[in-house]
Write a protein that binds this ligand. Structure first.
Ligand code: NAI
Length: 558
């Protein structure tokens, strides 16, 4: 059986394929960096131009070619092609400037890439498991060539970003998310598997699209989805017993139900729920350093009560419990407001998760009324309603609090409840602000503010690295609270003074590895690891990282 990540030859190990096949396998291809000796020994002479280049010279060419592209979607297509051709060079390019490339590989460019998935499709890059394969799920999964898969990012395409149900076109998301595991946290790519569970789509326009690549049928019933997923989980357990399932962009109700069903049974987590909760908690921890408040004293009002709100609320409750509050007392500090107004006892058609946050209050459909009576210290927008935090909302928060905490997390930018500039201007620079998108720096009264982006990419790659290293049996909320604390601790005093709630994206790899070390320690502490604890956890995690560099020549040893 192949060892983990064995398709990437470790430095000095023999190459197992020969000749042009070496150029066609993205994990062995060095392209113009093959030495003359290697070219002679591996039957590559004449298959490459004469020049022999270093990885750095190849990087320069890629950056030059990327600069020539007219749009980010073209840069995305270029990068995906590069990833298919030469994995090392692809990760080298991304590592050269993460703050520049993350938004191209992922949010916001990925939204356009998913919408055009059928048009720009080149290679499958993962497993497409159709519900028509029920009864044969294990056989289909066995077709994947790697035998030691450690993280599967699995989506049904049921609710992709703000795009809704886009069926099989959603595959761009698991592919992109897993690339960030490696790019942001050094998780070896050989053990990462993107999976799209194709259960049909309610999107009629897509079903009629000649380029659509998924099943052209309506979505399966909940019962059918659940039994299909159960078979999938069983197959994963049998084929890849060390594997963690990362749920991504499922329809909200499916996401909540299945996370509850499996969280105590297998190693799994839902990034939209727990990853979001964790990154926002990190932002709250740092905002509290600015406002000099304590978490257990806060009153939090959510504008929007969907899966993001529930995930953040549940993580805040878990964190408050760790500070000594009872669960009931923690829940009392959190109120939800949605399309139908404040969630209060007379509201009907609430999900079980929403019901946990019902508190005595008169019905109201006006956010200003809710703010006036609840007196929140923290206002979090996860509503998808652009501009919902108008001037009067920010002013009301500023009147109630010397330093209001205002997070406008909906994205893309036109969906943000307010911009960073508005939050700072309308609060006269008092707001501790985070956005769901990266807003540019804001100049106000001679001071420059650097608004943070509460993006999950600060958390889930680190979580993946910690789980990969420790072979964790479960991924409970306590790990996400630990990740939030470790992330928050990496913003220094100067950063906080500029309003930064998250570390700079340019340092992402170092930040995530530090976070992963903290989470790995927590996994050991909770007795959830399947490996023995090493003496130096930080050095051990470092030693496991994937590095974008070519294997040294292993001439004539195959
Ligand atoms: P969702 O569709 O599950 O929930 C949206 C919620 O907003 C629903 O409760 C709905 O009733 C409420 N809503 C809609 N219109 C409203 C109105 N006019 N007034 C009050 N409430 C209204 O969506 P989900 O997954 O919860 O995501 C919400 C937003 O948060 C999205 O834009 C998403 O991109 C963003 N998000 C940001 C994250 C981050 O910054 N890290 C992570 C996850 C989501």
């Amino acid at each position: 059986m192949r060892q983990f990540g064995a398709r990437i030859p470790a430095i000095g190990t023999p190459m197992t394929i020969h000749g042009i096949a070496l150029l066609h396998d993205s994990t062995t291809n060095k392209s113009t960096a093959f030495t003359q000796q290697e070219r002679d020994a591996e039957g590559l002479t004449g298959l490459l131009p004469s020049a022999i280049e270093t990885l750095d010279a190849q990087l320069k060419r890629c950056l030059w070619q990327l600069d020539k592209k007219d749009s980010d979607i073209e840069r995305y297509i270029y990068l995906m092609q590069l990833s298919d051709d030469n994995q090392t060079l692809f990760f080298k390019v991304v590592a050269s400037d993460p703050a520049r490339f993350i938004p191209i590989m992922y949010d916001p460019t990925i939204a356009a890439a998913c919408l055009e998935f059928g048009e720009i499709y080149r290679k499958p890059n993962g497993i497409y498991m159709s519900i028509a394969q029920r009864g044969k799920v294990k056989d289909v999964l066995s077709n994947w060539p790697e035998k030691d898969v450690r993280v599967i990012c699995v989506s049904t395409g049921g609710r992709i970003l703000g795009l809704g149900d886009i069926g099989a076109n959603g595959m761009g998301i698991p592919i992109g998310k897993l690339q960030l595991y490696t790019a942001c946290a050094g998780v070896p790519p050989g053990g990462l598997l993107p999976v799209l569970l194709d259960c049909g789509t309610e999107n009629e326009k897509l079903r009629a699209d000649p380029f659509y690549l998924g099943l052209r049928q309506k979505r399966a019933s909940t019962a059918d989805l659940d039994s299909f997923f159960e078979e999938f989980v069983e197959a994963v357990q049998q084929l890849y017993p060390k594997c963690c399932l990362h749920f991504e962009d499922w329809k909200g109700t499916d996401a909540e139900r299945l996370l509850k069903k499996y969280t105590n049974r297998i190693c799994c987590y839902n990034d939209d729920i727990q990853g979001t909760g964790s990154v926002v908690l990190a932002g709250v921890y740092n905002a509290l350093k600015i406002t000099k408040g304590k978490l257990e004293d806060q009153r939090v009002l959510f504008f929007g009560a969907g899966s993001a709100a529930i995930g953040i609320a549940n993580t805040l409750v878990a964190a408050m419990e760790l500070e000594g509050l009872s669960e009931a007392a923690a829940r009392e500090r959190i109120s939800l407001f949605d399309l139908d107004g404040l969630i209060e006892p007379l509201r009907t058609r609430l999900t079980p998760d929403q019901q946990r946050y019902v508190h005595p209050h008169a019905p109201t459909k006006k956010i200003l009324e809710a703010i006036a009576s609840i007196k929140p210290t923290i206002l979090i927008g996860v509503s998808t309603v652009g501009g919902a935090f108008a001037k009067d909302v920010v002013e009301a928060m500023t009147k109630l609090n010397p330093r209001p905490i205002i997070f406008a997390l909906s994205n893309p930018t036109d969906k943000a409840e307010c911009t960073a500039e508005q939050a700072y201007a309308w609060s006269e620079g008092k707001a501790a602000f985070a956005g769901g998108v990266q807003f540019p720096p804001v100049k106000l009264n001679g001071k420059t503010y650097r608004p943070g982006q509460a993006n999950n990419f600060y958390i889930y790659p680190a979580m993946g690295l910690a789980i990969f290293a420790t072979e964790a049996k479960r991924a409970p909320d306590a790990l996400f609270v630990e990740a939030a604390k470790a992330l928050a601790a990496q913003v220094d005093h100067d950063g906080l003074a500029k309003g930064m709630l998250f570390p700079p994206q340019k340092d992402i790899l170092a930040v995530e590895v530090k976070t992963a070390v903290a989470v790995a320690n927590k996994v050991f502490e909770l007795g959830l690891a399947r490996v023995d604890k090493p003496a130096d956890v930080a050095a051990w995690v470092q030693s496991l990282l994937y590095k974008p560099q070519y294997a040294e020549p292993a001439i004539g040893r195959h």
